[in-house]
Design a protein around this ligand. Structure first.
Ligand code: ZN
Length: 343
């Protein structure tokens, strides 16, 4: 089968597109014929380093994906051959303390597609049936594929970690990125107010068109001061953040007393000043978060089934143009997901 895979680490030279063996489906697994996947920041990390993530080369890239069921156990219930499906990229053991309490994303031996094992930039992937979900009927393959990492991550951040409520205000950093746009969309569906930041005025304009209630041009405006102005001096209830060191202080200063900050990334560095005095005096709460559980994915898909919301797709590339897709992601110029069509 055709696939995009890593032959080493460091730049697009190590990304090959060519033939790889068809995955062997084991009992309990579903073989999915993929039609679409999207690029995520972790794909760049795996391409360039992969340090700290146990994996073997060559490895097929890609975490999220959508396609159709090709082959499954004869007694598998709930799925059938030819059914359109979307995959959850986290394969958990099902037996550890965390799996048993339903927190499978904390599994001590969690294996992620495209990080620990062959991923979705391929014609086929085989994975446990519990990781394969029917996709929302009216959705195309690219839109569905886009849910599996970014929307799932944003869902857990907003609803499981921050426990966002409809009368609250959320500050979303770096609008244009996949998780940030997903957070804007999901927070609006939940009825909350959303303020967004970007260094790019054009991205802010697009976010306001999508329903953002306020925006901060971080290249020319002081973030915390502007957020306070926009909230009548109060501050926001929740911050959704994946930029890291350069905005950490502004993020904490933008929170109302007792506010919650959820972080899922540290693109600009992971060792900011902790500002401990502010943390305890104002009783702020800081949550780390990454991806989401199978149950959270099921809830997200149920919402998508009856919501007009659709993930924003920046651009679409054929699988053979994976290098251009990764370049586009690395440029930071995108607004929404960078998708791969797999024919
Ligand atoms: Zn486990």
């Amino acid at each position: 089968m055709r696939a995009a895979y890593l032959t080493g680490h460091g730049g697009n030279e190590v990304v090959a597109v060519g033939e790889r063996p068809l995955p062997v489906r084991r009992a309990g697994e579903v073989l999915v014929r993929l039609r679409a996947a999207t690029a995520n920041r972790v794909d760049l990390y795996m391409r360039d380093s992969g340090a700290g993530i146990t994996h073997a080369l060559p490895m097929i890239m890609g975490l999220d994906g959508a396609g159709v069921v090709e082959e499954l156990d004869s007694d598998e219930r709930g799925l059938h051959i030819g059914q359109r499906v979307v995959v959850h990229p986290g394969i958990a053991c099902g037996r550890c303390e965390f799996c048993l309490r339903g927190d499978d994303v904390l599994c001590t031996s969690l294996k992620l597609l495209g990080e620990h094992r062959d991923g979705t930039f391929a014609e086929f992937v085989s994975l446990p049936a519990r990781n394969v979900f029917p996709l929302p009927e009216a959705w195309d393959d690219v839109q569905a594929a886009a849910l599996g990492v970014n929307h799932l991550t944003a869902w857990r951040m907003l609803f499981t970690q921050a426990r966002l409520r409809s009368h609250e205000t959320v500050l979303v950093f770096g609008i244009g990125g996949g998780v940030s746009l997903a957070a804007l969309q999901l927070a609006k569906v939940a009825g909350a107010k959303v303020i967004v930041t970007s260094r790019d005025a054009g991205k802010l304009e697009r976010a306001v068109q999508m329903g953002a209630d306020g925006s901060v041009h971080s290249a020319s405006q002081d973030i915390a001061r502007t957020v306070l102005e926009l909230t009548g001096g109060r501050g926001v209830d929740v911050v959704i953040e994946n930029v890291g060191a350069t905005v950490w202080s502004a993020a904490l200063k933008s929170l109302v007393r007792g506010g919650r900050l959820v972080t899922c990334g540290a693109t600009t560095g992971d060792q900011p000043g902790a500002d401990l005095r502010r943390l305890f005096i104002r009783q702020l709460k800081v949550f780390g978060s990454t991806l989401g559980t199978l149950a959270e994915f099921r809830d997200l898909l149920a919402l998508c089934e009856r919501s007009p919301m659709r993930p924003v797709i920046d651009s679409r590339y054929p699988l053979g143009a994976v290098a251009q897709a990764l370049d586009r992601l690395e440029s930071g110029g995108q607004f929404g997901k960078i998708a791969l069509s797999i024919e």
